[in-house]
Design a protein around this ligand. Structure first.
Ligand code: GLC
Ligand code: GLC
Length: 811
């Protein structure tokens, strides 16, 4: 089978060994405010905080050739032109390697005895993409080398930049000072920020006008300036501003030379924007550039970044005997959780960065895999999310990261949204014990005049579900629940209309079994938070609400072999054996069993058996089966996809971990792990078929009914990251932060007989050793901490930080 790369576990890098991967395999640089997406061939773009509103470099989605645009270094070696990342020139290289690491990417290319190595990172604490380019002459003769850097600037608002050409071809402006190129479009009027692209050496020439650099009708693959080995020293005026430096030098045999390139974002106070008429104040840029003048400075920033990740990844670390599990849990899954926390669903190679900002449900769920890493940032995020809730408990479905305002176009009406906030806050309190978040004053719809405590927000979330129930006493679905494409109240027969926001039908009838599972599942945590907040009466009422919901599910939600998915606007069943298509859905089986519904009655076991029987395939559990072969107006977007793709019978990886967790609830260690393994990137064998990066999760893998069964799409930005980390770390390995301490409750596969784990929790460090003889079922778990047995596996949280030895035996 063709391979394109492998894991280098010791370096915590994924190594790509050839540039022509089935799709661009990318990395995310940056973890605070400045971000760069970088592919294995040097493609990608940068933005500050908000991929739509402050896009720094331009990127052309869905272009040919694929992955057009990036930070390029063209090399002219005695007339032979090439690029170390292979793209965009695509000259045949003698050697190539790309290493994606934690917050950095290395690309190496070699041709005719000249080796180019680039290391790119967004240093911790800096708003810049910093790249060191090293050229080494490995041949026996001296070489005259000419290097041309290249970036293409975006005129900030990426949406406008790709549509409003009648204006934008006239607005572009730059300044050039020495080796620094400043992009300052719109700075004079309404912006107080600019970009700088600079190199730490004198240049032989530069270009800032795209047409001058490329030449008329030429592409990134054949810039005239590079082929003629002569910069035009062009000064952009309108059209398309770019940044290109030319460096010419001679390398003796064995000699090497390095340059540091900085692409930075700078802001000025409103009253200090200019130093002279139309001359921008460059003080912040000069300060930034001074930080990366020397190799020593670069190396220090690189070490800082490594140290940052060492710290984060030391919080949860396992040695299970299965290296594929270990590398996901210890490195790549947590890394992806950081990326989904930062990006939500805004900017990837599949999300253009202009459509969606932060999702209420998406970001709430992303926190489940991020909480342990940096709880203080999770806390802030929870407050931002809650501030986009409405007074009646419903919520904006999305908000813009820069403004933190709800997205009016998408609006509200997704009835699962409110409950996710409770999941998020409960997870935060369990991780930190910090109850102060409950009293934090948070506005509704960003209106400070109607601020209430976070706890009051949670109350409105919870009661939103109670107050919006349908004919069977089950939660009304609204426009959609977690499954965005099950649009039971949006009847769209008009091309171009949005399936989700065409709210032309308010049935008051369509109900969701999935939301009922969320409601039951979150009830105990909600009651606990109420009690902590001093709301005894509300807490006392919860068991009643919970029980009513469970009864409604058992009475109206059981189909005989599995749980129903929903009732549609006509009161017809969705996800029932009675349906001719879409007979069984994954979501209710996962969420209801996770919530413990039907365990006593034997329904839960039956439901999970049905999942295995009907939905399980080599590549994971499909979202439903059989897929819809015709458009069902009353079901919405779900039936718009060809069978086997996306929500129409694809393997939607996001909900596979729910089955893992459900299996763990029933104590089936082997089955839980079996489901985990099937979608886990490190277990992929056919990289070509899989298509997307084999080191991160993708949203979807084409299901058994699709012509391209097994092919993944939409890598990186998916709730799969958080949920699989949650399922592996808490469901399988059983390290569960809880209100009163750390609960140890593993459910291991039989082969995992000896597991060592380190978990840092509320200031203490727990060194855990598990001996498992339970043979693939949960078994009896005995937990001994520093020599003393603990009740129910719960290790009470420490008052003062300490180190603990934890021995777990499972029989
Ligand atoms: C996408 C959306 C998410 C939704 C899922 C299923 O991943 O971002 O909000 O739950 O699709 O439709
Ligand atoms: C589309 C996608 C779905 C996503 C939704 C929300 O319907 O298929 O996955 O959740 O858009 O934007």
């Amino acid at each position: 089978m063709e391979q394109y790369g492998y894991f280098d576990d010791a370096a915590r890098e994924y190594v790509i060994t050839r540039p022509d991967t089935p799709s661009p395999w990318i990395n995310y640089l940056g973890c605070e405010a400045f971000f760069t997406l970088m592919s294995n061939t040097g493609g990608g773009y940068s933005f500050y905080k908000d991929a739509r509103m402050l896009r720094i470099t331009r990127y052309r989605y869905n272009n040919v050739p694929t992955d057009a645009g990036g930070q390029y270094f063209y090399i002219n070696d005695g007339g032979s032109v090439w690029t170390p990342g292979w793209m965009p020139v695509r000259a045949k290289l003698d050697a190539y390697e790309c290493r994606h690491g934690l917050g950095y990417t290395r690309i190496m290319g070699e041709k005719d005895g000249l080796q180019a190595r680039q290391v790119s990172m967004v240093p911790f604490g800096s708003d810049a993409l910093v790249t060191r380019l090293t050229l080494e002459n490995k041949s026996a003769l001296a070489k005259d080398v000419s290097v041309f850097s290249f970036v293409e600037f975006c005129l900030w608002n990426a949406q406008d930049d790709s549509t409003n050409f009648q204006r934008n071809f006239s607005t572009g402006e730059v300044e050039i000072v020495g080796s620094a190129i400043y992009h300052k479009t719109e700075y004079r009027e309404r912006r107080n920020h600019y970009a700088v692209y600079a190199v730490n050496a004198p240049v032989q020439g530069f270009d800032t006008d795209r047409e001058s650099f490329l030449g008329a009708y030429r592409g990134f693959d054949s810039p005239a300036a590079v082929f003629e080995n002569l910069s035009r020293n062009s000064v952009a005026s309108g059209w398309s501003p770019v940044g290109s430096h030319n460096l010419k030098f001679t390398l003796a045999p064995g000699e090497s030379k390095s340059f540091i390139f900085v692409l930075g974002y700078c802001e000025n106070p409103q009253d200090q924007k200019f130093t002279a008429q139309d001359v921008i104040n460059k003080a912040p840029a000069e300060k930034l550039l001074a930080m990366f003048r020397t190799d020593a400075q670069f190396d220090r920033a690189f070490d800082d970044l490594a140290g940052y990740w060492d710290g984060l990844l030391s919080i949860y670390n396992v040695s299970s005997g299965d290296e594929k599990l270990d590398r996901m849990v210890n490195v790549w899954n947590q890394y992806q959780c950081m990326v989904t926390f930062n990006m939500s669903r805004s900017a990837s190679y599949f999300e253009s960065g202009i459509g969606r900002g932060m999702g209420f449900r998406d970001s709430s769920q992303d926190l489940l895999g991020f909480m342990h890493l940096i709880p203080s940032r999770a806390r802030e995020r929870l407050i931002d999310i809650a501030a986009t809730q409405f007074k009646d408990g419903s919520a904006y479905h999305q908000y813009q990261p820069l403004t933190k305002r709800g997205n009016f176009e998408v609006g509200s009406g997704f009835n699962d949204d409110p409950l996710w906030l409770i999941f998020g806050v409960a997870a935060y309190v369990k991780e930190t014990g910090d109850l102060s978040i409950l009293s934090e004053s948070v506005p509704f719809d960003n209106d400070e005049s109607v601020a209430e405590s976070m706890m009051e927000h949670l109350r409105r979330s919870y009661h939103y579900t109670i107050d919006h129930r349908g004919p069977h006493g089950l939660p009304l679905i609204g426009r959609a629940d977690w499954n965005d494409c099950l649009n039971l109240n949006c009847f769209s027969a008009t091309p171009g209309e949005s399936f989700q926001t065409t709210a032309n039908f308010e049935s008051g009838v369509a109900e969701s079994l999935f939301i009922s599972g969320m409601f039951v599942g979150v009830s105990d945590d909600y009651a606990r938070l109420c009690r902590e907040f001093g709301w005894q009466e509300e807490a006392d009422a919860v068991p009643g609400f919970k029980q009513d919901m469970e009864q409604a599910v058992l009475k109206h939600g059981w189909d005989g072999e599995w749980f129903l998915r929903a009732y549609d606007a006509y009161g017809h069943k969705v996800g029932s054996n009675e349906c001719d298509e879409g007979k069984i859905y994954i979501e209710p089986q996962g969420f209801l069993v996770m919530a413990g519904v039907g365990v006593k009655e034997g329904y839960a076991q039956k439901a999970l058996d049905s999942v295995r029987k009907h939905l399980l395939s080599e590549h994971g559990v499909a979202i439903h089966t059989p897929p819809y072969t015709r458009y069902h107006l009353e079901l919405g977007e779900i039936s718009s996809y060809p069978p086997g793709y996306k929500e129409n019978g694809g393997i939607f990886c996001h909900n596979n971990p729910w089955i893992v967790l459900a299996e763990a609830v029933l104590g089936h260690g082997d089955r839980a792990f079996d489901i985990y393994r099937r979608t886990c990137p490190s277990y992929i064998t056919d990289q070509k078929l899989h298509h997307t990066e084999p080191y991160v999760y993708s949203q979807m893998v084409a299901g058994p009914y699709a012509p391209r069964f097994g092919q993944a799409k939409n890598s990186w930005l998916t709730g799969t990251a958080a949920w699989t980390f949650f399922a592996a770390s808490q469901g399988i390995l059983g390290i569960e932060p809880d209100f009163d301490g750390l609960k140890i409750d593993p459910c291991l596969p039989a082969f995992m007989t000896d597991v060592a784990l380190t978990r840092k929790f509320r200031g203490s460090t727990y060194r855990i050793r598990m001996q498992n003889k339970a043979g693939g079922e949960k078994g009896r778990v005995k937990v001994v901490v520093d020599g003393c047995a603990v009740e129910g596996g719960l290790i009470p949280a420490d008052i003062a930080p300490a180190e603990h030895e934890v021995c777990v035996t499972i029989e």
